[in-house]
Design a protein around this ligand. Structure first.
Ligand code: A2P
Length: 334
């Protein structure tokens, strides 16, 4: 079997670390792994498949001989260095938002639009974490019942702001318990004991960019440019799984039972739905798992027989980022 030279740009970050682990866990056919980060990390060591690998500083010359470059070092770094990777002959799978809405860049959730990856011109974009997690549950329902309107409210973990966000939450919880002042640099307000209805920058229409990403990106991934999607995105003090309450209006008649059956057969979904036993999706259970948990599936009382309401939890670092990126890389070698 052919083996590939793979670079991870942002290897020391919250998502980068997961990318390396998932390449291992899914036995991705790696010949050489090149771990790239900032100057601060250059020379430090990480392990891959039991072997020590020295981290190198990311430069424009980092990609010689690389087949696939997974980027997760932020949008500015992708904008600066992804073109160098493409020039060197690599295919870039970019986890940042930098290229997602470019017409020539496919935006891919492998359970939804794997064929789109084939049309790449060097860069394939990985969606926003909230969008990817919702898409896995929404797509099978769209195929079966036709989505007319989608209304999402999110409960997003600190990991969406990378390792610094996770550290700020952990440090803040400790400081709060010790009666010290809870500092916030990453989040707009202290996150412990709080919920913050503000992720990313506010837009002219009053939505945040995070919220609009759910609208823009779902439409692009589903090839449904007119799909009615709205979102309220909220940061909560959990560590690494995002949850979402989703209400949909459908074109066709739907029941909770029919939706449950469809979701039970859908790739990337785990139906966790037994209210009699207090079983439903929760971030603590979804964390560190590849599947997106879906539960609390019920007929929506506003839209009646053409509406559903449900709750999802998915690991932000995995399906929301690193796992989806590695799945895209797998499409490239299929
Ligand atoms: P480093 O650890 O050396 O700072 P997170 O999203 O968890 O904050 O991770 C961001 C990732 O992006 C880290 O791997 C970080 O490396 C990397 N990174 C940040 N700035 C740069 C830069 N200027 N050049 C290369 N990598 C960078």
């Amino acid at each position: 079997m052919k083996k590939y030279n793979v670079a991870v740009a942002g290897a020391t970050g919250a998502v980068g670390i997961e990318m390396i682990q998932i390449l291992e866990e899914r036995n991705f056919p790696v010949n050489e792994i090149r771990l790239l980060a900032s100057k601060r990390s250059a020379g430090k060591k990480m392990t891959f498949n039991g072997e020590e690998v020295t981290i190198q500083e990311l430069t424009h010359d980092s990609f010689e001989g690389i087949d696939i470059a997974l980027f997760s070092a932020g949008g500015d770094i992708s904008l600066e260095y992804a073109p160098s990777a493409v020039k060197a002959g690599a295919v870039v799978v970019d986890n940042s938002s930098a290229y997602r809405m470019y017409d020539e860049v496919p935006l891919v959730v492998p359970e939804v639009n794997p064929e789109a990856a084939k049309s790449h011109k060097g860069i394939i974009a990985n969606p926003n974490c909230t969008t990817a997690i919702a898409a896995v549950a929404l797509w099978p329902l769209h195929k079966a019942f036709g989505l007319k309107k989608v209304i999402v409210s999110t409960y997003q973990a600190a990991s969406g702001a990378g390792a610094p966000g996770m550290n700020e939450l952990i440090d803040g919880i400790k400081a709060g318990i010790e009666g010290k002042e809870v500092e916030n640099k990453v989040f707009a307000h202290p996150l412990p004991y709080n919920v913050i209805p503000h992720i990313d920058k506010f837009q002219e229409n009053g939505y945040t960019k995070e919220e609009m990403k759910v609208t823009w990106e779902t439409r692009k991934i589903f090839s449904e440019p007119e799909l009615a999607v709205s979102c309220t995105a909220v940061r909560i003090p959990t560590l690494r799984a995002h949850s979402e309450s989703i209400v949909v209006e459908t074109e066709k008649e739907v029941t909770a039972e029919a939706a449950r059956k469809i979701l039970e057969q859908s790739a990337g979904v785990k139906v966790v739905d037994n209210i009699g036993e207090n079983i439903y999706p929760m971030p603590l259970n979804a964390a560190e798992n590849w599947d997106v948990e879906v539960g609390r599936i019920r007929q929506n009382i506003i839209f009646g027989s053409k509406g559903l309401e449900f709750f999802v939890s998915g690991d932000q670092l995995l399906k929301g980022a690193a796992l989806n990126a590695v799945q895209i890389a797998e499409l490239l070698i299929d």
